[in-house]
Design a binder for this molecule. Structure first.
Ligand code: COA
Length: 379
């Protein structure tokens, strides 16, 4: 290409195919599949561990493989003492996503296979990361609130452990089942921003911890994973369904961004929304907090009418986490506890078929001009 030719350019890389993957397909017509399996079938019947195995290994585990994989995750949860000590040094007002990002980065040198990027070593490191990300969230949260981390209960699955490690209560079977479904919905979403960040980092042949650190940093933003925390702030502000329309009309008139709406790929609805909405309805009945889902539904109705924009999964995830008694600042970290499975699967795939990801930019600066050579340059 000569310097006069303008290359094709798509702001925000919208619609650009930036790589190949066999892990996940997001269907713009409200569909989602992991390795060829429909998310709706798995959300209902699978465990998170089964889905994580599928994403990492390409096929479903048999009974024995699932047992081994689940035990490996359960026994890899404990954090090095030095990492816990570092979390204790962080200011009390540190956002849990910042604790998580720092914690993931600090775990790197403790992994004996850090610089081995072979397929098998990457899968082993993925298991450690999936296990330890959950612990960084739960132990980090307790430390931040002046409490000691709780001892591990290796008989609990990752979903059950997320509840138990926060407050010491062993969750009920229905809560674990519900959390499994939520984690399955969040586990992967092809080239979303955090996964792409992980793949860019991995493509330099940096290690999987470096890639997952980049992914955590990217997930935090409110246009991506941070939206499920922001959505709860919005719902708290609205308070009751009868206030939703007026609140939204005012926000739209002021050209505000409405959290939990819009998506880069889905234009006819987010495949995960119907399942998350149902969970929210069920929780509303169980907890007596039946206002949240009708507020979301009213917002959906008005957004469709005014902007033709669909809700995304984060709108409904926000009240779901609240009704499960998680504090809103843990909404995005819980998303990470699940998405780490997808991030790791993508890093394994990237390292297995690596080519450096390095796009071009469209230069919009000044034309070539003579440097005047002022004496100021020498200061
Ligand atoms: N609230 C209000 N307007 C929105 C909107 C929202 N949530 N999402 C998109 N729009 C509007 C934009 O303002 C833009 O309008 P314009 O053409 O008049 O300028 C148009 O819809 C296209 O949006 P754009 O931001 O260009 O789409 P995108 O593909 O770049 O962005 C998101 C996708 C997800 C970043 C965007 O929809 C958004 O910011 N949503 C809110 C955050 C969120 O929920 N994130 C979680 C995603 S799963």
């Amino acid at each position: 290409m000569t310097t006069d030719q303008k290359p094709e350019y798509s702001p925000g890389l919208a619609g650009v195919i930036a790589g190949e993957t066999a892990i996940c397909w997001v269907d713009p017509n409200a569909g989602l599949m992991y390795r060829g399996y429909d998310i709706h079938d798995m959300a209902e019947k699978a465990s998170f561990e089964e889905v994580a195995y599928l994403l990492l290994n390409g096929d479903l585990p048999n009974f024995e493989q699932l047992g081994q994989f689940s035990r490996a995750i359960a026994t890899e949860r404990t954090l090095p003492k030095q990492v816990l000590d570092a979390l204790r040094l962080m200011p009390k007002n540190t956002h849990p996503m910042d604790m998580l990002r720092t914690g993931v980065s600090m775990l790197a040198p403790f992994d004996p296979n850090l610089n081995d990027h072979s397929h098998d070593a990457n899968v082993r490191k993925s298991i450690r990361l999936i296990a330890k990300v959950s612990t960084l969230i739960t132990d980090g949260y307790r430390i931040q609130h002046g409490k000691d981390p709780l001892p591990e209960k290796t008989d609990l699955t990752l979903a059950g452990n997320l509840f138990y490690k926060l407050n010491g209560d062993v969750p009920q079977v229905w809560q674990i089942r519900m959390m499994d479904t939520i984690l399955i919905l969040y586990a992967d979403h092809e080239f979303n921003a955090s996964t792409f960040a992980a793949r860019v980092t991995a493509s330099t042949l940096a290690d999987i911890y470096a890639a997952v650190t980049s992914a955590c940093a990217t997930l935090k933003g409110p246009l991506h994973g941070g939206a499920n925390e922001e959505s709860m702030k919005m719902l708290d502000e609205i308070k009751t369904p009868d206030r939703a329309e007026a609140w939204l009309t005012e926000k739209l008139a002021a050209k505000g961004k409405i959290m939990g709406f819009g998506h880069r790929v889905y234009k006819k609805g987010d495949s995960r929304v119907p399942i998350m909405r149902e969970i929210g309805r069920d929780l509303g009945k169980r907890t007596g907090k039946e206002q949240w889902i009708p507020i979301c539904e009213k917002l959906e109705e008005v957004m469709e009418r005014e902007k033709h924009l669909c809700a995304n999964v984060d709108l409904y995830a926000a009240p779901v986490f609240t009704m499960l008694k998680f504090p809103p600042e843990l909404n995005t970290p819980i998303f990470a506890a699940s998405r780490v499975a997808g991030w790791c699967a993508h890093v394994v795939e990237q390292h297995d078929h690596n080519r450096l990801i390095r796009p071009r930019s469209l230069y919009t600066g000044p034309e070539l001009r003579p440097y005047p050579g002022t004496s100021a340059g020498k200061l």
